[in-house]
Ligand binder design. Structure first.
Ligand SMILES: CCCCCCCC/C=C\CCCCCCCC(=O)N[C@@H](COP(=O)(O)O)[C@H](O)/C=C/CCCCCCCCCCCCC
Length: 212
């Protein structure tokens, strides 16, 4: 697990460790990446508490699987999917007796990873006056929002309004001057994108992109 304080670079580097040689996604590093991100989210204020709580719950569910008696099946996303499908441990069409399957839980974080990718790309290419609240809400609308009910979208939209400006945001990242942040994001984003794409394709192959 990552210790705090860390820099956002250290957290994003975790996603570099996610991919095995044969392009499988290691759950251990995936979860460590999210844990690190949640710590940054917590630094942004208590208004993000409900988002942080949901992410933490999902991380806990995955860790419980990884540390459980069938933990050896939860090494990569691919092994988890195979195991849960082979053993009918996933609710495929409607909510049923497996509300905490690894597959549906990871899918929620996977969708959030797309939000992160879109948001960090906007941050990377923005200028000094760029509004992080706008970047965040545009990225949210293009990704996660499509899977959230009205109430959640409304609450998220209100939380985004209190995001600090780009300079304060860069400071929280604890990476260095803006040019360094931009360079770091330029290196990290392709890795996040790889992890996202590989997971997306694997879930699509198994018709699991809409798990209830
Ligand atoms: C200096 C900081 C750099 C960037 C830091 C980014 C930190 C991001 C950390 C965590 C992101 C939150 C991940 C949220 C996962 C949401 C999963 C989800 O979709 N859950 C919903 C569905 O779950 P089920 O009911 O089906 O189990 C659940 O209903 C969601 C509830 C909470 C609202 C989620 C809103 C997500 C907004 C996107 C993140 C905004 C963070 C803004 C900070 C820049």
């Amino acid at each position: 697990m990552l210790d705090f304080p860390s820099t956002l670079k250290e957290v994003l580097d975790t996603f570099k460790l996610c991919l095995s040689e044969n392009k499988e996604v290691y759950l251990e590093h995936y979860v460590a990446g999210w844990r690190g991100l949640v710590k940054f989210l917590n630094c942004l204020g208590s208004v993000f508490g409900f988002i942080s709580k949901d992410a933490v719950n999902k991380i806990k569910i995955l860790v419980t699987h990884m540390e459980g008696e069938n933990g050896s099946q939860y090494v990569t996303v691919q092994s988890m999917v195979k195991y849960e499908l082979d053993n009918e441990l996933v609710d495929l069409t409607k909510r049923g007796i497996h509300p905490e399957s690894g597959c549906r839980t990871l899918l929620r974080l996977h969708r959030a990873l797309r939000w992160l990718e879109l948001f960090l790309e906007r941050l990377r290419t923005s200028n000094e006056d760029g509004k992080t609240s706008v970047m965040c809400s545009e990225s949210y609308n293009e990704s996660l929002a499509q899977h959230h009910p009205w109430m959640v979208r409304k609450a998220a939209g209100m939380a985004f309004c209190v995001l600090p400006g780009r300079p304060a945001f860069f400071e929280v990242m604890n990476v260095g001057p803006p040019e360094q942040v931009v360079a770091m994001l330029g290196e990290a984003l392709p890795l996040i994108s790889d992890v996202y794409q590989i997971t997306e394709e694997f879930y699509a192959q198994h018709n699991m992109l809409d798990l209830p």
